[in-house]
Design a protein around this ligand. Sequence first.
Ligand code: FES
Length: 311
Amino acid sequence: MLNAIVDGLWREGDKSLAVRLVAENGDALPAWQPGAHIDVHLPCGVVRQYSLTGDCGEESYLICVGREAASRGGSRYVHETLRPGQRLSISAPRNLFPLHQAERVLLLAAGIGITPLYAMALHLKAIGTPFTLHYYVRSRESAAFARELSQCADCVIHTTSPRITLAEHLPAPEAGLHAWMCGPAGFMAKAREVAAAKGWDDAHIHSEAFQPVAPPAAGDAGEIFTVKLASTGERWPVPADKTIAQVLQENGVDVPLSCEMGICGACLTPVIDGVVDHRDSVQSDAEKSAANQQVALCCSRSHSRELVIGL
Ligand code: FES
């Protein structure tokens, strides 16, 4: 954990608030790469994950928080209570959405999904990789970083519905072209649908969800199975109304948890044996079906009677 101070707060568009954080001791905060996020422990008692945005060469951190009508506490606290000079505990950056080597890059952002992609755009520009950023917003007034983006020839802000214009903006696939996308689940589903129709290879599309997967319906919480620690051979049943993480914690096992919604990756743990019922939205479909898999202990379950994990 790091102790940070709110060094600046300002509006980005009419729906978002930018927050600049500096280290309390005056040191540079740990280095990060575009796509990284931090956990922010808010004084209202909730922990939220926010993408780092802006220039990744800065010694301070910049996050941008959208105002959510149905806020579960984090957005409302940041918009209504957080003040400059306030102290916050934050985690070191964690990157589950990294930029990979690519000859050309397409960036697709919707709403507050602009935050990691704005950092990517600045980085790509700095290293000279050709890219185009399409940023979809309901109105020009709601766009974050509108002034900076309007000065970038490779960045376009759209107020048209992506459902209608994505097909026009998403080019045909090319060998060296990769896409990174971030936004609401519906936006990304549509973008993937359009890309698939154009023949894009799934491995060239990289995405990050800002919404947790829908929780299982009542009565669909899953069967009882057993979780076993590979290191000690200890095993415990996981009832339908508890997560693997809860069962492990009840038995004194230290589990790294953060979002507890399957969206941050803090609890991903290697699977040694068994068939995972993946319920997180952190991992790609390819990762969820790879030979070496990880399980999100906060939300995923098991299709097999026993799941052996690398703890
Ligand atoms: S704690 Fe965030 S994915 Fe499990």
